[in-house]
Every structure is written in structure tokens, then in C-alpha cells.
Design a binder for this molecule. Structure first.
Ligand SMILES: [Zn+2]
Length: 343
């Protein structure tokens, strides 16, 4: 009779005693213990029962129904340990979820955001979050700082930009080495404390030009070169140089309305020359042909990008075209944005 009880497959040491379906989405299964309990202290089988407590736990859904289990958990009178709760292999400590449901949530958090997993499985957001956190603690190895030579530091927004956090990545492996709240020198100091003697072996650190990271890196890593990365420098160039020149040019054409409008609407064209339609590319060409200052900053942007692909610092400093050598901005660009080539 017990062998015929299919559902007993799933809950070792228990059989199904009864079930009820309070509505069309739910199933509540009542279990009964079979066999003697195992002491959770020493792992011995103990026949003497001290008392029994009914626990309610969530199990994985079954054929579209949310499944709740009613489980009679015994405390046994162990000769070695005294009164101890019995060991139930498929219960996860005091958690109100079975190990099977937790394993299922661990699979889902790989595929979906926490909010969607919580809705799909029918458990609280915080519960899913705690399971994901425990999984990460268990599965993600502690970073090995001893092999790290080059770092990437960046900030990212928390809570829609009201607060910031900093992430430090190993440039060679892309492994996340550290995350901390804030983006000030003080906020990132704990990372260098954790890095300890490995600070001396850091050769280069890539970062945004706007950050305070460079001062803190210099304070801790005497050998490290600061590298301003391509993405951040080009974005800064767009904001501080191209936008400035564009606004000045538009203002200078105050009396020539149509020409002024063309320049005022050119922001996107100048920002994304790689992603233009044929028609937009023609508009950009016409704009650059008609406005020398905008044409100059546009060419300089292309040359600025080339710095990151130069074979050496010397070649980058020479510049690849006559314009780069003769233009007064050249000195500024090379002084601020030479990437490291120490290898
Ligand atoms: Zn025991």
C-alpha cells in the first residue's frame, strides 16, 4: 500500500495522509511520519518521541496548483544529545520552503528578475532575494587578489540615480573583485585595504575621468598607471567639447534662423556618426561642410579615439595625421588621454 503512494516519492520519511483543495489554485497535503526519526544532533535513529509540532511549508507547484504541506515534525529523546528535533532531509532548516522549491527558485533567478520569480512561484520578493544571495555566497568563489595586475573601476547608479555604487573588476578575467556603496575616495578605500600587499603589484587602473578614483589609486598603488577609458573620454568629449562648440555656433547665428535651427538640431548627428541613415549622413556632411568649428571638433573626436589603438605612446603622441600634429588642441588631448602601454 505504501509503495503505491506516488507522492511519497518526494518526501523521504513521510507518507501522504490526506489532502484538501480549498480553491482551484491550491492543494494542501497532510503528511504522516513513517519509521523512526533521526536525531539532527548525531544522526542516530531514535525511537523515543518527545513531542510533535505541525509545520506548514511551501512545496513546488503541482499541475498548476500551489502546494502547501502540513508536516508533523518530531522531537526525539536521543540518548546522546537529549531532546532534539528530528532531521528531515527535504526541509531547509527553519525555512517555510522545501529544499526542492528552493532549488527551483535558484534555477529561475538565473533566467528572470527577482520580482518575476516571486510572482511566478508565489513567495515574497525578500525570500527570493535571500535565496539568490545565499546561492551566490555558495557558488561564486572568493576573488583571488594575488593574481590581479590590472583593474577597471566604474560607478553605477542605485535607486534611479539618487545614490551611487562602485564596482572594481579584474581587467584580465572580468571577474568582479569588489562592490561598495558610494563613489568617493573614502567609499572605495576599503577595497584597497582588502587588496593589502597586492596593491604593490597593480600596473594599471582604468576609470572615468570625472571620478575621484585616481587620487585614491595613487595613494595606495605606487606602480599603477591611471588609464582613462575610451568610452568615458569620448562621452566627456561629446559633453564638454562638441556640445559647447555647437551651442556657441548656434548662438553666433542668432540672426540667421534656418541655419541656427540646423545646428541646434544636430546634437544626435554629431554624437552618433556611426549609426546614421543615408539621409542623416548627408545632413551631417552638409553641416560639417558649412561650419568649420564643428568640422574641426568632429575630426578631433575621430583622432581622439585612435589614441586607444596606437601601437605605442610615442606613435600616439606623434599623431596620425597633420591635423593632429598642428592643431592647438593636440597638446591637451595627448596630455589627458594617453592610455597605458606598459607591457
Ligand atoms: Zn543525537
Amino acid at each position: 500500500m505504501l509503495q503505491a503512494n506516488l507522492l511519497s516519492l518526494f518526501w523521504e520519511g513521510f507518507v501522504v495522509q490526506g489532502w484538501e483543495a480549498p480553491d482551484e489554485q491550491s492543494l494542501i497535503v497532510t503528511l504522516a511520519a513513517c519509521g523512526v526519526g533521526v536525531c539532527s544532533g548525531c544522526g542516530e535513529r531514535v525511537g523515543a518521541v518527545h513531542d510533535t509540532t505541525w509545520r506548514r511549508v511551501r512545496e513546488r507547484d503541482l499541475l498548476g496548483r500551489r502546494v502547501g504541506l502540513r508536516v508533523p515534525v518530531r522531537r526525539v529523546k536521543c540518548p546522546s544529545c537529549g531532546v532534539h528535533v528530528e532531521r528531515v532531509a527535504w526541509l531547509a532548516g527553519q525555512r517555510a520552503l522545501t529544499r526542492g522549491l528552493i532549488a527551483w527558485i535558484e534555477i529561475l533567478v538565473h533566467l528572470l528578475p527577482i520580482k518575476q520569480v516571486a510572482a511566478l512561484v508565489g513567495v515574497h520578493w525578500h525570500t527570493v532575494k535571500a535565496i539568490d544571495k545565499a546561492r551566490l555566497r555558495r557558488d561564486v568563489p572568493v576573488p583571488d587578489y594575488s593574481q590581479v595586475r590590472r583593474l577597471i573601476m566604474d560607478e553605477f547608479a542605485l535607486f534611479k540615480g539618487h545614490r551611487y555604487a562602485t564596482v572594481v573588476i579584474c581587467a584580465a578575467t572580468q571577474a568582479v573583485l569588489w562592490i561598495g556603496e558610494g563613489r568617493s575616495r573614502q567609499a572605495i578605500r576599503p577595497f584597497f585595504k582588502a587588496l593589502g600587499s597586492a596593491c604593490a603589484q597593480i600596473e594599471a587602473v582604468a576609470m572615468d575621468m570625472n571620478s575621484a578614483f585616481d587620487l585614491e589609486v595613487r595613494a595606495h598603488c605606487p606602480r599603477a598607471e591611471i588609464v582613462y577609458d575610451l568610452f568615458h573620454v569620448i562621452a566627456k568629449y561629446g559633453r564638454d567639447v562638441i556640445d559647447r562648440v555647437r551651442v556657441d555656433q548656434a548662438n553666433a547665428l542668432r540672426d540667421q534662423r534656418p541655419a541656427r535651427r540646423v545646428i541646434k538640431r544636430s546634437r544626435w548627428l554629431l554624437r552618433n556618426p556611426e549609426n546614421l541613415t543615408d539621409e542623416q549622413a548627408v545632413r551631417l556632411d552638409e553641416l560639417l561642410a558649412a561650419n568649420a568649428p564643428l568640422a574641426t571638433v568632429h575630426v578631433l573626436k575621430a583622432q581622439l579615439k585612435e589614441l586607444w589603438f596606437a601601437a605605442s605612446a610615442e606613435i600616439a603622441q606623434l599623431g596620425s595625421t597633420p591635423l593632429a600634429r598642428t592643431h592647438p588642441s593636440n597638446a591637451l588631448l595627448t596630455a589627458t588621454a594617453i592610455p597605458t602601454t606598459s607591457s
